[in-house]
Design a protein around this ligand. Structure first.
Ligand code: 6LW
Length: 510
């Protein structure tokens, strides 16, 4: 069969996978978004359904002060003796911790903290021991650090020690350890999560090493595929399927312009086959690269890759596709089958130190259509194409000091803020329909109210890109409301939104 990469599109970086029962489970980084660590399930590795998030409670996920390079980084999911473990790092508040559950559809435990330097923690269980790996450094520079921990308390039972120094690439990270056949394999990434990203590995005779690097490293990279639209491939995890074949999930991003590269949809989840050679070394992908279209005979032709192109409030959920910024004020958001209502807060959209009245869904393809109907009640309410608090394009309705309403488009790019065009709306306007069309390199804006059409122009996608914004996330399409009474703590009435979102681009799948 033929399948399309990414297998999960939109900002879902740093995938980690495990197999349990008759399904596969996958988690990703979530940075400043709440709830945290999206959790997916699949039966065929190609089609992934989000079943929720791992971190759903403020006590598990303190996000105060977390921006788009803060919060939750790089989780690892493992299944051991009937229990799921998810280990990650809250880089803004607290460091490494793990949570566990015996019911993948239920709640997870409170955090168990582990004190070790670095990011990208992972766990490996064997013979009653729990090994904890992360990236880190010692007197000779970057390395993978490993210690044994108590899986109940997180206490370090051994001193962290360096087990591998990688192959010389910068930013050695994302260590994952496996025991396959007679070897222990240590998978990692180097090159940074950019255009030079690559997956490397080494193997050894014990969990502590010593590890011998694969001579063909990097085992997977698109760094030499200049002009190819899938780039930045790295940060990987391995899984064995039900037929005994091995696969690798990893992140990659789709660049928009072939030569003047940029990307906006964030780092996404890709899948490639892994093939063990008779000598026990393995290869990955197509000649060590990842393709947008992959051919495989390991998955039956009867499996069809689904492509979701229609999202409304009736077929999405607050704790699944929709997320908030930092720790939200739950009483300020009401989710109903047809609409969402936000109580405007006095926290501006550009705030990265507190949680505005904001609810977002990922931009999953570079082409999409978004239509939002917003009630006119808050001081300002609308829709934002949001990369970070400092990079976003907004289409909104704002009350003017004379009590009337204006329709406007705003661009914020760092300290540059520009509002234009602005249209006065007829008195008595009760609701406005806002439309955004994503067309790869630009966003097109228009609106309608009271039977009139308003053209609000286009803005370039490039200025919201990760290359410009300097962040770890991707564009979110979000609804927001800001209230009046600056500095008084007053909250406004609820503003109602309804929405239809249709990502297209590479859909339908092959
Ligand atoms: C993550 C690191 C990385 O911790 O990016 O691509 C960092 N790899 O492993 C944040 O997502």
């Amino acid at each position: 069969m033929q399948y399309r990469n990414p297998v999960i599109s939109g900002c879902y970086p740093d995938p980690s996978i495990c197999r349990a029962g008759d399904a596969y489970y996958l988690v990703c980084s979530s940075f400043q978004f709440f709830p945290g660590v999206p959790l997916f399930e699949s039966r065929d590795l190609i089609n992934w359904k989000q079943i929720g998030h791992v971190l759903t409670q403020p006590s598990q996920l303190p996000l105060q002060g977390a921006d788009s390079v803060g919060g939750i980084y790089a989780p690892t999911i493992r299944y051991h003796q009937g229990r799921f473990y998810m280990v990650t790092t809250n880089v803004t508040n607290g460091g490494h911790f793990f949570v566990w559950t015996d019911d993948i559809y239920g709640e997870w435990s409170e955090p168990v903290w582990v004190h070790q330097e670095g990011i990208d923690p992972s766990l490996f269980f064997e013979d009653g021991k729990t090994y904890f790996m992360s990236n880190g450094s010692d007197e000779q520079g970057s390395c993978i650090l490993q210690c044994e921990i108590d899986p109940e308390t997180g206490e370090q039972l051994t001193e962290p020690r360096s087990i591998w120094r990688g192959t010389g690439g910068r930013f050695l990270e994302s260590p994952h350890l496996y025991h396959i056949g007679k070897y222990y394999y240590l998978l990692a990434s180097e090159g940074g999560t950019e255009y030079g990203h690559m997956v490397v590995y080494a193997r050894g005779g014990s969990p502590y090493g010593p590890f011998e690097a694969y001579a063909g490293n990097p085992v997977l990279t698109n760094r030499n595929e200049g002009g190819y639209l899938l780039q930045g491939c790295g940060h990987a995890d391995l899984v064995e399927d039900f037929s005994g074949n091995w696969w690798m999930v990893h992140l990659g991003f789709r660049q928009i312009h072939r030569w003047m590269m940029f990307h906006i949809t964030g780092r996404e989840v890709c899948l490639v086959p892994v093939t063990f050679q008779p000598d026990g070394w393995f290869t990955a992908g197509e000649n060590g690269t990842v393709r947008l279209l992959m051919q495989t005979d390991r998955i039956p032709d009867s499996v069809r890759q689904e492509c979701r192109t229609h999202f409304t409030f009736a077929d999405t959920e607050a704790g699944k596709e929709w997320v908030f910024l930092q720790n939200p004020h739950p009483e300020c958001c009401r989710f109903s089958p047809e609409s969402v209502s936000l109580q405007g807060l006095e926290i501006p959209l550009s705030s990265e130190s507190d949680s505005p009245a904001w609810i977002g869904i990922r931009q999953k393809e570079t082409q999409f259509r978004l239509s939002v109907t917003v009630g006119v009640s808050a001081q300002e309410a609308g829709v934002t194409v949001y990369m970070t608090g400092r990079q976003h394009y907004d289409l909104c309705v704002r009350k003017t000091p004379d009590g009337r309403c204006a329709l406007l488009r705003r661009a914020q790019l760092g300290t540059l803020i520009h509002e234009e065009p602005v249209f006065q709306l007829p008195d008595g306007t009760k609701s406005v329909s806002l439309f955004i069309q994503g067309e790869q390199t630009e966003y097109r804006f228009r609106a309608s109210a009271g039977g009139r059409e308003y053209l609000l122009g286009t803005l370039e996608a490039k200025y919201l890109s990760s290359e410009t914004a300097g962040n770890f996330t991707g564009v979110m399409l979000a609804l927001y409301a800001v209230s009046t009474g600056c500095g008084t703590g007053i909250r406004s009435d609820f503003t109602d939104f309804s929405l239809v979102y249709t990502p297209t681009g590479q859909c339908p799948a092959p």
